[in-house]
Design a protein. Structure first.
Length: 502
């Protein structure tokens, strides 16, 4: 099933937001037809066929939402939101009043919030259709898909491999074209790891540019929400909608002090990186002698040549003491227990109200080593000197990276998003990789609080996706879109996975 209407001159599976909206404006496509197209793919590929298991809940009124959008388009074609009629899948830790929000936990399978998260409200106001909720590990505490609520999710590029976490379902579902675009959340890399493993664009903002109201925390000063899509332009359109100050999230003071600028979409210009100096962080690469890292390095070598073809000037650099910085600035085992407890304390109707209660119940996936580790953290991190040491180290880490950029006159830094290829289920189940030892470079952006984007860098010889991460200065998200778009213009690495192409 390539399209829903023979009059269309585009394939919906790969069509951009702009192309789909143009088709709707021209009367060649309706929002109801678009929703039906995606629901058909969900039935054929998520719950049957390869059984990706990426969606935990479908909106029961998805077709009704679409019909209302079609009615609005007919009555007021000039006054529509920028995402009008576009079906979006969102991670099931973003609260939705019309569907349960489980946070990946079977304990919360039937929990229904009283209101939408701020980002969900903004999407609806922009005309988006919330098609459903996607899988994640319990409380977003893993790079992998282990969930007491939904079990395991498959990577559509290789069904025997993990799609990455914690925004696992969003990564797998958008890669498989089960919706146009999606939302994930990112504390240490939970947007960017699955985007890398599923051949998508994924963005992590400077913390505070996007409200986290209605989203469970992991490290509250570090958490953010981000779009995941098949192109830089699609992700920029969503990013424009969800950023901004929210009086219900004090961290969004950042949105008040961020430099005023045009839309992020406007950063996508021709010759975007012609003459731009971009640093290649060489000590963020794995060893060529490592069978898991070598294929990533091979793809990255080609991607860097393509960056140069786009006009970039590449400069080799190293972040001094990189792995030591990542270890010193990690706050999961110091702060996460407290932050989750505070979140649960604000939910009077929640079935459980603390991490200790969840752990004592044993109702969580047993492979979640980070959840078990953070449960041993202090009840009051503010009385623990290790919290202040990590917090101060975070600022020093950011200064180190920004000074490196300044000293070399660099617009941005690039490196492989994850040093290794997507792991097999056997590798994950054997605990060869766990959350605390997995070699992901997403920690650089997360633990410096600097904005970053992963973009598809290419495929290995065996067809596995590799992501290239772009890191910019704090509040300089426009550079992410500029560089990502520049690379995308000379290197299009997107294609529909074979497992969902029939």
């Amino acid at each position: 099933m390539e399209t829903t209407d023979s009059r269309l001159d585009l394939e919906i599976e790969s069509a951009s937001i702009a192309e789909l909206q143009a088709a709707m404006r021209a009367g060649k496509l309706t929002a109801v037809q678009l929703v039906d197209f995606y629901l058909d793919r969900v039935a054929r590929f998520d719950t049957a066929g390869p059984m990706l298991n990426s969606i935990v809940t479908l909106a029961p009124d998805a077709r009704e939402q679409a019909a209302e959008r079609d009615k609005e388009r007919a009555g007021n074609p000039e006054g529509l939101g920028v995402l009008h009629g576009i079906p979006i899948l969102v991670k099931d830790c973003l609260e939705t009043a019309d569907m349960p929000t489980s946070f990946g936990s079977e304990v919360f399978a039937d929990y229904r919030p009283a209101e939408d998260a701020t980002v969900i409200r903004k999407l609806r106001e922009a005309g988006a259709i919330i098609l459903g909720k996607t899988t994640l590990p319990d409380w977003a505490t893993s790079w992998f898909t282990y969930s007491s609520r939904s079990g395991l999710t498959k990577n559509p590029y290789d069904l025997d491999r993990d799609p990455g976490g914690s925004s696992a379902g969003t990564g797998a579902s958008i890669a498989a074209a089960l919706a146009t675009v999606g939302l994930g959340t990112d504390c240490g890399g939970s947007v960017r790891v699955p985007s890398s493993f599923c051949n998508l664009v994924g963005v992590r903002s400077t913390p505070g540019l996007i409200s986290r109201k209605g989203c469970n925390p992991l490290v509250s000063v570090q958490d953010t929400i981000g779009p995941m899509g098949r192109s830089v332009a699609d992700v920029a359109r969503v990013f424009d909608v969800i950023t901004g100050f929210d009086p219900e999230d004090e961290l969004t003071y950042a949105a008040e002090i961020a430099p005023a600028a045009e839309s992020y979409l406007s950063a996508l210009v021709p010759d975007a990186i012609l003459g731009a100096r971009i640093g290649v962080v060489r000590n963020a690469f794995g060893s060529d002698e490592d069978k898991y890292a070598a294929p990533v390095n091979d793809v990255m070598r080609t991607a860097l040549a393509q960056l140069e073809a786009a006009g970039a000037i590449l400069v080799d650099v190293e972040i001094p003491d990189l792995q030591d910085w990542n270890a010193r600035t990690s706050m999961y085992t110091i702060k996460s227990k407290y932050d989750i407890d505070q979140f649960l304390a604000g939910m009077p109707d929640a079935p459980m109200h603390s991490v200790d209660e969840i752990m004592e119940s044993k109702r969580y996936h047993p492979k979640l080593d980070l959840l078990e580790a953070l449960s041993e953290g202090p009840d009051d991190p503010f009385s623990d000197l290790s919290f202040y040491a990590a917090y101060l180290a975070r600022e020093a880490y950011m200064k180190t990276v920004v000074n490196l950029m300044g000293a070399n006159n660099l617009l941005a830094l690039v490196y492989p998003t994850v040093q290794v290829v997507p792991p097999t289920r056997e590798e994950c189940d054997s605990s060869q990789w766990n959350t605390l030892n997995f070699p992901t470079n997403t920690l650089i952006g997360s633990q410096t609080w600097m904005p970053s984007m992963t973009i598809p860098a290419g495929l290995t010889e065996t067809g596995l996706p590799v992501g290239m991460e772009i890191l910019a200065r704090p509040y300089d998200e426009r550079t992410l879109f500029r560089v990502g778009h520049g690379f995308e213009q000379v290197a299009s690495h997107r294609h529909l996975p074979d497992s969902v192409a029939h």
